[in-house]
Ligand binder design. Structure first.
Ligand SMILES: Cc1cc2nc3c(=O)[nH]c(=O)nc-3n(C[C@H](O)[C@H](O)[C@H](O)COP(=O)(O)OP(=O)(O)OC[C@H]3O[C@@H](n4cnc5c(N)ncnc54)[C@H](O)[C@@H]3O)c2cc1C
Length: 395
């Protein structure tokens, strides 16, 4: 057996053991959830994430000296795939596990790693990402939140917005301006702020789905100790850009597994709709859309595999991620629009309906409106493709 074949066989053994554990553990967790499980509920998501962490399913890629399992990327990918396959939802500390932990491992001092990694590993500390502001979203370098030198550290003042899970987070990594005289990208620093500090105010924002997953965050004279600066002062832009690339290779895996699952649900819905005499599954409108979505699902899986292979080889992140982001988010919206067409007027009542599949699809439809905005809007991704892949002049 070649080395690659041995690794693939080991990955397969890992997959089978993980699948067996996930299926029984998640089924037990769902049965034990009081009042009926709802994978959209944030308390449910947090509690399941706690269960994963308590059973050693966090810090998969971290070095062993920090409590991690030092698993290769191929096996981390298997985890993300199997976790989504069993129907379990994403957690609420995604930002802590997926973005902050690898950033700390790369840029943190030894003391910072020892202080912050255990809280993420156990899920005791949830992290949020304080980048966007009312005047700084796509143009992130316009951040105006100010961190001024104060005794032993900084005094933080500013207003962040769209901060996911801020009302549940114990800590927030904040991009703040430490040198207003420097050019836009050069005067920013990356601060690890304690959300329990005096002067932090969090106001949840209600979304289209009825939930409030993101918030406005106000910092009013918040003291941030010097030891909570990550990297060097005024190096925040470089760290934020690197942080954005750490999930490369695995970010789309759970989303694409879910895409394929929803595609199957939509097919079942189309066949049922036939029986109810709504838009028939045999109609050209449904067949054409479904065929295109099936092709999207296949092509997206290939793009995700290519990204994973690139990350495993250690290739630097490129603009291809922008093409996958646009493709996934826009195809996902089309998929869920089709589900609404098939549900017809019932979509309006689906939330309270006894059909969890219909309720899940309507909820996903409403949520999907955000997917072409978060993590870089479609227009911004198109700019990246135009400039970096097609060599067109800067807009
Ligand atoms: C569900 C969700 C969760 C989020 N979570 C977080 C979080 O945890 N932390 C955080 O910091 N942020 C978060 N965000 C914010 C997100 O990063 C921003 O919404 C996004 O970067 C867009 O910024 P904006 O909303 O300020 O829109 P703007 O930048 O004001 O854009 C408005 C419109 O103008 C277009 N536009 C802007 N500039 C250009 C350009 N140069 N060329 C062409 N078109 C352009 C945009 O595409 C968009 O259509 C979240 C957003 C969502 C929807």
């Amino acid at each position: 057996m070649t080395q690659m074949e041995t690794a693939a066989a080991d990955d397969e053994t890992f997959r089978q053991a993980l699948r067996a554990w996930l299926e029984s553990a998640y089924a037990r967790f769902v049965r034990g959830w009081p009042g009926g499980a709802d994978p959209r509920n944030l308390d449910f998501r947090r509690a399941w994430e706690d269960t994963l962490c308590a059973n050693g399913w966090s810090g998969l890629g971290w070095p062993r000296e920090y409590g991690g399992r030092a698993l290769p990327l191929s096996r981390q990918a298997v985890f993300h795939e199997e976790h989504a396959r069993c129907g379990a939802p994403l957690g609420v500390n995604l930002i802590g596990h997926g973005i902050l932990a690898p950033t700390l491992l790369h840029f943190g001092s030894e003391a910072q790693k020892r202080r912050f990694l255990p809280g993420i590993l156990s899920n005791r500390e949830v992290w949020c990402q304080g980048y966007s502001e009312p005047g700084a979203g796509s143009d992130l370098a316009s951040v105006r939140t100010r961190a001024e030198p104060a005794q032993g550290g900084y005094l933080l003042n500013g207003h962040k917005i769209w901060t996911s899970f801020a009302d549940r987070a114990q800590r927030c990594f904040v991009l703040a301006r430490t040198d207003p005289q420097a050019s836009r990208h050069k005067g920013l620093s990356f601060l690890l702020v304690d959300m329990r500090s005096p002067g932090v105010r969090v106001e949840p924002i209600r979304q289209l789905t009825g939930e409030a997953e993101f918030c406005e965050v106000f910092f009013e004279n918040v003291r941030v100790p010097r030891e909570d600066l990550l990297g060097e002062e005024n190096q925040g832009w470089k760290i934020a850009m690197a942080a954005a690339s750490f999930e490369r290779g695995t970010y789309f895996i759970p989303r694409l597994v879910r895409f394929a699952q929803e595609l199957r649900q939509v097919r079942a819905l189309a066949l049922r709709a036939d029986a109810y005499g709504r838009v028939p599954a045999s109609s050209a409108a449904v067949r054409h859309r479904w065929a295109r979505l099936a092709a999207d699902s296949h092509v997206l899986a290939l793009k995700s595999q290519r990204a994973l292979a690139g990350a495993m080889r250690g290739d630097p992140p490129g603009p291809e991620g922008s093409s996958t982001k646009i493709h996934w988010s826009e195809a996902h919206q089309r998929l869920l629009e089709l589900s609404l067409l098939l549900l017809g007027d019932d979509a309006c009542l689906a939330d309270g309906s006894a059909d969890p599949c219909a309720a899940g699809l309507v909820h996903a439809y409403l949520w999907s409106r955000a997917e072409t905005i978060l993590a870089g809007t479609s227009e911004i991704q198109r700019n990246i493709i135009a400039e970096q892949m097609l060599g067109l002049p800067k807009a």
